[in-house]
Ligand binder design. Structure first.
Ligand SMILES: O=C([O-])C(=O)C[C@H](O)[C@@H](O)C(=O)[O-]
Ligand SMILES: [Mg+2]
Length: 431
């Protein structure tokens, strides 16, 4: 009989290199915080998880980690209950849209669930390793052998602003339709992606419409998406919908708030709306679905509270005839593996999932998960099927230790101020 009792939890905050990707709030910082969670059992099995690493997540994770030893890694329902008691500093969850993450409102429950997700994945990884089963088997079994991802295109600068220390890359700038098409071609060449999402809300809508049109011309018939993170008014959203209806698979969070989304959805001539901003918690589902505000929910196991909650969300969507796919924030290979396992178990996953992973040149794994034909093969080995490289983890942790605190919380507006000192987060609607 195996001893599945947790004896130790290790939390390692790290800073990971990130390119200067633009969004409506600003630009990505040169390094972004992530938290690596290791759960160790009495038998010496270690499970891996990954989640947001910003200070408020780290503090909550430390509190939760202290409560785990002595419990079983199988006690995943208890883990969610345990998290409800994690104390939070009130001023960190004020109901506003998060700075940089663009994941909708911040609430205490959502913060706790985001922390729990890293622990849940680590427990599932450890359980899978202990039983010799892949994580997808613990979730009820895979329905597909490969999970399709979409190329995540960003307007970007060639490098971080002058005077800002960061890693360089050879992508060059992408600030117009030609740059975006060139970026897409490189994603196809390197990873074989068959669908494309453009992060919008950066330039006036006409410029972004032109970029999507250029993608449609370069890749006829391929599924395309545009996501301005709620930056447009209802009227602007409708104008964009009318111009791009023939080429978009869906329009993602054109405008902010459930009622504005519902108005756009009702008048967009059948173009589906997707969201990772107006439906990000279970309590938001009823209002949004009843109002017909969204046709596709972009799940994210980080903020929905883990892989099992993601399946739960997918079942609710299926019940209401709402599509489901997957959102991503900057993440590493542990999370890509977790996303792939859960996506493999979701019935009716009709859209390629988002992933930032191709933008991440650093990881904490011995071997990076790879895309082929735009897909990741679902791992069938024990657990998540990834192996921690402790030297890499230590190096990225040392970077976090050396930071003076300015990069430990993602803040895309602050990063933009390094290039444009007068920059403030634009009010919505921006256009
Ligand atoms: O689909 C989305 O909304 C995102 O991926 C949000 C992210 O924060 C993205 O905008 C980014 O990384 O800049
Ligand atoms: Mg989005």
């Amino acid at each position: 009989m195996k001893d599945l009792t947790v004896t130790e939890v290790r939390l390692t905050p790290i800073l990971v290199a990130d390119p200067p990707l633009l969004n409506t709030q600003g630009v990505h910082q040169p390094y972004t915080p992530r938290l690596i969670v290791e759960v160790v059992t009495a038998d010496g099995v270690t499970g891996l998880g990954e989640t947001y690493g910003d200070t408020k997540y780290l503090e909550a994770a430390r509190s939760l980690a202290g409560r785990l030893p002595g419990r079983s890694i199988t006690d995943l329902n208890g883990l969610l209950t345990l998290a409800e008691d994690v104390p939070l500093d009130g001023h960190t969850v004020d109901g506003s849209v998060d700075v940089g993450g663009l994941r909708g409102v911040q609430t205490a429950d959502k913060l706790r669930l985001s922390v729990v997700s890293g622990f849940e994945v680590a427990c599932l990884d450890a359980l899978g390793k202990a039983l010799g089963l892949p994580v997808h088997a613990l979730l009820g079994g895979k329905l597909r052998d490969r999970v399709e991802y979409s190329a995540y295109l960003f307007y970007r600068w060639a490098g971080h602003p002058e005077g800002v220390a960061g890693e360089s890359d050879d992508w060059g700038a992408a600030l117009d339709p030609e740059g975006i098409v060139a970026q897409a071609r490189r994603f196809v060449r390197d990873h074989g992606f068959g669908s494309f999402k453009l992060k919008g809300g950066v330039f006036p809508p006409e410029e972004e419409i032109a970029a999507v049109r250029a993608l449609a011309d370069a890749f006829p018939g391929r599924p395309l998406r545009l996501d301005p993170n709620g930056a447009w008014s209802v009227e602007t959203s409708l104008k964009v919908a009318a111009e791009l209806r023939d080429v978009l698979e869906y329009l993602e969070d054109p405008t902010t708030g459930t009622s504005a989304m519902a108005e756009v959805a009702a008048r967009a001539g059948g173009l589906p709306l997707a969201t990772n901003m107006c439906v990000t918690t279970f309590p938001e589902i009823a209002g949004a679905f009843t109002a017909g505000a969204v046709q596709v929910v972009l799940s994210d196991h980080h903020y929905w509270g883990g892989l099992r909650n993601t399946r739960h969300l997918a079942e609710i969507c299926r019940t209401f005839g709402v599509g489901v796919s997957m959102h991503s924030n900057t993440h590493l290979g542990i999370s890509l593996a977790a996303m792939t396992h859960v996506a493999a178990t979701v019935p009716g996953l009709h859209h390629a999932c988002d992933t930032h992973y191709p933008w991440q040149t650093e990881d904490v794994l011995t071997e990076r998960p790879a895309f082929s034909g735009g897909c990741v093969t679902v791992p069938d080995g024990p657990g998540l099927g990834v192996t921690l490289d402790r030297d890499r983890l230590d190096a990225l942790h040392r970077r976090w230790l050396a930071d003076d605190g300015s990069l430990r919380d993602r803040d895309d507006a602050a990063a933009m101020r390094r290039a444009d000192p007068g920059w403030t987060t634009p009010p919505v609607p921006r256009w």
